[in-house]
Unconditional design. Structure first.
Length: 294
């Protein structure tokens, strides 16, 4: 499997939009999450929207679904059905497969896409008009290009008694590295996902760097939405569960903030984040355009 860091866009950053990944296996491409910066990100990397076969949605925040209408309008064939590209030797479906938790896909249509795609050309459109939905039932896995894919329900944000989940993905295949993409998770309850941390050979972990005094290794505050660098690194001031050195050694971190690219922390201190990450036991931070092969 080849993995490319693409970038989907987020609320914290203009530049470091690196929370999305493109997976390629045997000529088929799966895009994990499609935030509002995806058109720009794909263009920057020389990737066409026509090259995307499958799209996975981890949760409904705008920085993970903001580019779906782009794909819907760019890929919809207004004239011909079935929706196929006619200028290719091997016809390819124009409608990408849209993979996600069954309730999440239902909410996606009724709470978001229906507002933008609900009525056009004199008929009421549906999600399946523009995509080929692949709903995954709770606690079930699915197969993608010979890989077994498990959806890991994680806590993304808590508001009172309401928990909004995000669904990470664990890819496993006999004789291959097991890869875990956390796709936005809090660090408040790592026991929830520690089994998946242990079974993975490689972990791509989202990681905000806000509120961290990296020079003195002090945690001041976090958003309460994502895992914070100080929590993951195990700084005592973070007062959070501590990851084992074995788990950290398997982690590539994916940050949100532009100041990381400027070798500064939230408080303006100069810091080389990749060096800090390796000093604290991680593999380092991924960068937009970076490629991996497993």
């Amino acid at each position: 499997m080849k993995v490319t860091v693409v970038g989907c866009g987020n609320a914290f950053s203009n530049e470091s939009y690196n929370q999305s990944f493109l997976l390629e296996e045997d000529g088929r491409n799966l895009l994990m999450d499609v935030g509002y910066q995806v058109p720009r990100a794909l263009k920057d990397l020389g990737i066409s929207h026509e090259d995307i076969d499958d799209i996975y949605i981890s949760h409904l925040h705008a920085d993970h679904i903001g580019g779906l209408e782009y794909f819907a309008f760019m890929r919809y064939d207004w004239m011909n059905k079935p929706r196929k590209y006619s200028d290719r030797k091997e016809p390819k479906s124009l409608a990408p497969k849209l993979i996600g938790n069954v309730q999440l896909l239902d909410d996606l249509w009724h709470k978001t896409l229906r507002g933008g795609l609900g009525s056009m050309e004199g008929f009421v459109a549906k999600l399946s008009t523009f995509f080929e939905p692949v709903p995954i039932e709770p606690n079930e896995s699915f197969e993608w290009q010979g890989w077994n894919v498990e959806l890991v329900q994680q806590i993304h944000i808590m508001s009172g008694s309401v928990i909004t989940p995000s669904f990470g993905m664990v890819f496993s295949k006999k004789g291959r590295d097991t890869i875990y993409f956390t796709t936005d998770s809090q660090h408040c309850s790592p026991r929830q996902i520690e089994d998946f941390y242990r079974k993975a050979d490689i972990i791509f972990q989202d990681c905000e760097c806000v509120g961290v005094n990296a020079r003195d290794k002090i945690f001041a505050f976090g958003s309460g939405v994502h895992a914070n660098y100080a929590q993951l690194a195990g700084y005592p001031s973070a007062n959070s569960p501590v990851l084992s050195e074995e788990v950290k050694a398997k982690m590539w971190l994916s940050h949100y903030q532009d100041f990381v690219l400027q070798d500064k922390d939230f408080f303006g201190n100069g810091v080389y984040w990749d060096g800090l990450a390796q000093e604290d036991g991680f593999k380092g931070f991924v960068k937009v355009g970076q490629k991996f092969e497993f």
